[in-house]
Design a protein around this ligand. Structure first.
Ligand SMILES: *[C@@H]1O[C@H](CO)[C@@H](O)[C@H](O)[C@H]1NC(C)=O
Ligand SMILES: *[C@@H]1O[C@H](CO)[C@@H](O)[C@H](O)[C@H]1NC(C)=O
Ligand SMILES: *[C@@H]1O[C@H](CO)[C@@H](O)[C@H](O)[C@H]1NC(C)=O
Ligand SMILES: *[C@@H]1O[C@H](CO)[C@@H](O)[C@H](O)[C@H]1NC(C)=O
Ligand SMILES: *[C@@H]1O[C@H](CO)[C@@H](O)[C@H](O)[C@H]1NC(C)=O
Ligand SMILES: *[C@@H]1O[C@H](CO)[C@@H](O)[C@H](O)[C@H]1NC(C)=O
Ligand SMILES: *[C@@H]1O[C@H](CO)[C@@H](O)[C@H](O)[C@H]1NC(C)=O
Length: 394
């Protein structure tokens, strides 16, 4: 028999466990934080042994963290590291492998349960590399090398392809790559047994869009529809044009996933143009709400902002509200599973801000906690500095 709520409340009521969060910092650290009763605490900070830890993928089933290395040095490599997470959230190194440099994002894919392999986006080497899990040092399973069709609109940022994120579609059959340098979204079919990726035709964004990160949405009323991919939309944060594109996702029988652009809007009220100096950062979906972070826009001076969009039943989005990022350069943010808090990673101000969220309206409310997470960085090294990714581990 299932326990009823009245039985559960005396067991758990009033004694909610602290939530674990992790944040990577360009000074070379992984930081463990706990959030409880509006209080955010730094539990530990340790060197990962990498040059520039840049992103965190959390495996909630296997209780592991994966961290790629953005290492810029053209004459060396990156190291992809994994950590085991214990019941209290403490970390132990589990494995690592040498990778190409410039690792900026990872994703788990394939195998029996979507956790058999890991793919890495390498911004600086214009590559995607894949490895079988668990990690042990060795050659990649596969390396996809991208080339430009022709000169990009932005000579500084689009002089080469720049894979910025790797993500898996809701069916688990396709791995997508947002490529900021070549204005493309690459599409790969996954062989779940071998982890091999087969390239499909890429989708082309508008010239100069600079697609950075993306998030899928499926009509939430039906899990089976989501599993079949019907009605799915991919929202892409275009860093260079400061716009969000909604792409309809379709699955022609036996073929490749296809993307058709359906909508482009800006993160600002009335579809107004982004302030100069703004640069779209992260994009996330929670239920029928979409959020982006707007780095450097100074909408809440001295702080930057986040945008909330409402998602209609047909997948079209409407601007809803702009709220404070409670810091500078919100490079990352993530909503917790319950959806009642959002954690924001502000890179220049080196802080994690936790903001209350209304689960019905999706609106972001007051600041619940704010913590500085810093570390020694050498401003003369030419390397990026500051806090980059924050995630909830639930
Ligand atoms: C939560 O914090 C408030 C204010 O610091 C404190 O009064 C209260 O006892 C705390 N509650 C719990 C359950 O720790
Ligand atoms: C990678 O693993 C090897 C072997 O366990 C270890 O000696 C090395 O310190 C690890 N490197 C990193 C960056 O974790
Ligand atoms: C990388 O190595 C090449 C050849 O030795 C050298 O010319 C170049 O300066 C090196 N680059 C860096 C960043 O050290
Ligand atoms: C991609 O480039 C790497 C060198 O950086 C090379 O080892 C690999 O074979 C290339 N992969 C393909 C599929 O061409
Ligand atoms: C909103 O702005 C974008 C970017 O300027 C433009 O492409 C799009 O057509 C605009 N949409 C509407 C409805 O005006
Ligand atoms: C999608 O739904 C919205 C909100 O109901 C509506 O304004 C819009 O016209 C619809 N778009 C299409 C293409 O049907
Ligand atoms: C949060 O902390 C950062 C770093 O200490 C600080 O710069 C920022 O002003 C704080 N934000 C708020 C809203 O207090």
């Amino acid at each position: 028999m299932l326990p009823t709520q009245s039985l559960l409340i005396p067991l758990f009521g009033g004694a909610a466990a602290a939530a674990n969060l992790y944040a990577t910092h360009y000074s070379g650290t992984i930081n463990h934080l706990t959030f409880n009763n509006n209080s955010l605490t730094l539990v530990s900070s340790e060197k990962t042994g990498q040059t520039l830890p840049s992103w965190i993928t959390y495996d909630a089933v296997g209780k592991k963290l994966y961290i790629p290395d953005e290492n810029f040095d053209e004459n060396s490599s990156g190291v992809l590291v994994s950590y085991s997470v214990d019941a209290k959230g403490a970390l132990t190194k589990a494995g690592n492998t040498t990778t190409p440099r410039g690792g900026v994002a990872t994703v788990l894919y394939g195998g029996k349960d979507g956790r058999g392999f890991i793919a890495n986006a390498h911004y600086h080497t214009a590559q995607v590399s894949t490895y079988k899990l668990p990690l042990k040092d060795g050659r990649p399973l596969q390396t996809l090398n991208y080339t430009l069709d022709g000169p990009g609109a932005d000579p500084d940022r689009q002089e080469a392809p720049h894979p910025h994120q790797v993500l898996v579609d809701p069916t688990g059959d396709f791995l997508l790559v947002t490529d900021l340098g070549s204005d493309k979204i690459h599409i790969n079919k996954i062989d779940k047994n071998t982890g091999k990726l087969t390239q499909c035709p890429s989708a082309k964004t508008l010239y100069g869009a600079g697609p950075r990160h993306a998030a899928f949405w499926s009509p939430s009323c039906s899990k089976s529809r989501a599993a079949q991919g019907r009605g799915t939309v991919l929202y892409v944060a275009n860093e260079l044009s400061n716009t969000v594109t909604g792409w309809s996702v379709s699955y022609p029988s036996g073929g490749c996933l296809e993307l058709t652009p359906k909508q482009i809007i800006t993160p600002y009220e009335g579809n107004s143009t982004a302030p100069s100096g703004a640069s779209l950062g992260e994009i996330r979906v929670q239920g029928n709400f979409l959020y982006t972070s707007n780095r450097g826009d100074q909408s809440f001076a001295p702080y930057d902002s986040l945008t909330q969009y409402d998602i209609a039943a047909n997948g079209s989005i409407a601007w809803t509200e702009l709220t404070s990022a409670y810091g500078l350069l919100p490079r990352s943010f993530e909503l917790n599973l319950a959806g009642d808090y959002i954690a924001i990673g502000d890179q220049i101000s080196d802080n994690v801000a936790i903001v209350k969220r209304d689960i019905t309206t999706g609106k972001l409310g007051a600041l619940a906690a704010n913590l500085t997470v810093t570390g020694p960085s050498d401003p003369n090294s030419g390397n990026p500095v500051g806090l980059n990714t924050v995630i909830w581990a639930e």
